[in-house]
Every structure is written in C-alpha cells, then in structure tokens.
Design a protein around this ligand. Structure first.
Ligand code: MD6
Ligand code: FE
Length: 212
C-alpha cells in the first residue's frame, strides 16, 4: 500500500514497509557484499573539504561522489580502489521497475550509512547533479528510523516531516523531484538490522537522459 499525503508535493509517494524483515536482511547482505568490494569512503564538501556526516559507497555503472577538489559528481570508478562499483542487486532493480514508472534501469544507487558513532544526519539539499530529471529518485531506508523533511523548490521555505522506518520506500518524482529535503534526526539504537548499528539509505537514480 502506498500513501500519498495531500500536503506533500505532487509526485511524492511513501510505501511504508515495502520490504519485510526477511527482505531487509537480504538487502543488508547485498550491502555487505558491495562494501567488501567497494568500501565506504568519507565524502567531503566542495571547496571547504568539510566531511559530510555520512559515509558512502555505490552500486551501479555510475556512483555519486564528492570531494574538496572536484565537488559533487558521478564517477564510474571508486575514488580509493579505482575499480568499478558493484552491480545493482536484482531486488533493487525490481523495486525500481515496480515503483518508478520509468522504463529504463537506474544508473546509480548511492549507499549512505548514518553511523551511531558520529550521530550522522543530512542537511537540506536537492538531488540535482543528474543531467536529466525525467526519472524519479527511489530510496530505501534500512535500520534505525529517521525523520525526513521535505520542502519546496526554493530553499528556506516551510517543510513537512515524515518518519521513515526500516523497509520503507519513497519515490520523488514529478514536482517533488527537485524539492529540498533533509534527514533531521535518526533514532539511533532502535533497530538491530544494520550489523554495526545506525541507518542505511539506498538512493536509486538515473543520471543521463535516455538516448533516442
Ligand atoms: C536519506 N535521502 O533518506 C536521504 N534524496 O537518508 C535523500 O536524500 C533522498 O531519500 C532523494 C530522493 C529520496 C531520498
Ligand atoms: Fe537527496
């Protein structure tokens, strides 16, 4: 069952517990396998070099990375190993085709780990490093619950909160695709799903327009 709140931007959909506990554990296994190949790296802000509070990795032909020198971008290779990212697990590809309404596969799946040690959060941002915004962004939450807040197209406007629990999926398409959003709180220690604790978020995206 999907929930569409009348107050949320058009194109925003929430699927509470899309994945059951067994499926969540399977996704964590997939993340662990990926991390063995493509270890978490510490992303840093463009120009300042200030570290983001999460650590990251990716699945897919393209991975989202950021560092002081070159800023936000997509890369084919892991910044430290120089190897290609692991392929997107079949479960996630199936999710994409089930909920995105988009005929072409995702090109990138960002893995964010919100660690209990650092009490990670994520500031207000827009996902706009892609070359085309026709496809929605699809995201999966695993582990500790969190408060997601979504605003409008302009920075600094009012925002609405949504609690994201383990197994939840959200879709940001249509008018919501370029809305500001953040993770303002994580309820650390509530879930035992993630081996070293915390929250894992998987964010699936298209980067390039579909070729004609
Ligand atoms: C998170 N999510 O849930 C952060 N972006 O940890 C995002 O930044 C996000 O969930 C675009 C679309 C869906 C998302
Ligand atoms: Fe985002």
């Amino acid at each position: 069952m999907s929930l569409i709140s009348p107050n949320f931007p058009i194109g925003f959909v929430h699927y509470p517990e899309f994945f059951n506990y067994e499926e969540q554990k399977e996704l964590i296994t997939q993340v662990k396998l990926a991390i063995a190949e493509a270890p978490f790296f510490q992303p840093t802000m463009p120009r300042t070099g200030h570290p983001l509070s999460v650590v990251m990795s990716n699945f897919g032909p393209l991975g989202w990375v950021t560092d002081k020198q070159n800023g936000y971008r997509y890369e084919r290779l892991h910044p430290q190993t120089g190897r290609a990212w692991p392929t997107i697990p079949a479960t996630l590809e199936r999710l994409w085709f089930a909920v995105s309404g988009f005929m072409h596969p995702p090109e990138a799946t960002l893995i964010n780990w919100y660690r209990p040690e650092t009490k990670s959060k994520m500031g207000m941002h827009v996902d706009n490093d892609e070359n085309n915004f026709n496809a929605p962004v699809v995201s999966v939450s695993l582990g500790d619950p969190a408060i997601f807040r979504i605003g409008g197209l302009k920075r600094g406007g009012p925002t609405l909160p949504l609690k994201l629990c383990s197994g939840d999926v959200i879709v940001m398409g249509g008018e919501s695709r370029l809305c500001h959003h953040a993770i303002t709180k994580v309820f650390y220690g509530e879930s035992d799903l993630v081996p070293k604790g915390g929250r894992i978020n998987l964010t699936m995206r298209r980067v390039n327009a579909v070729e004609a």
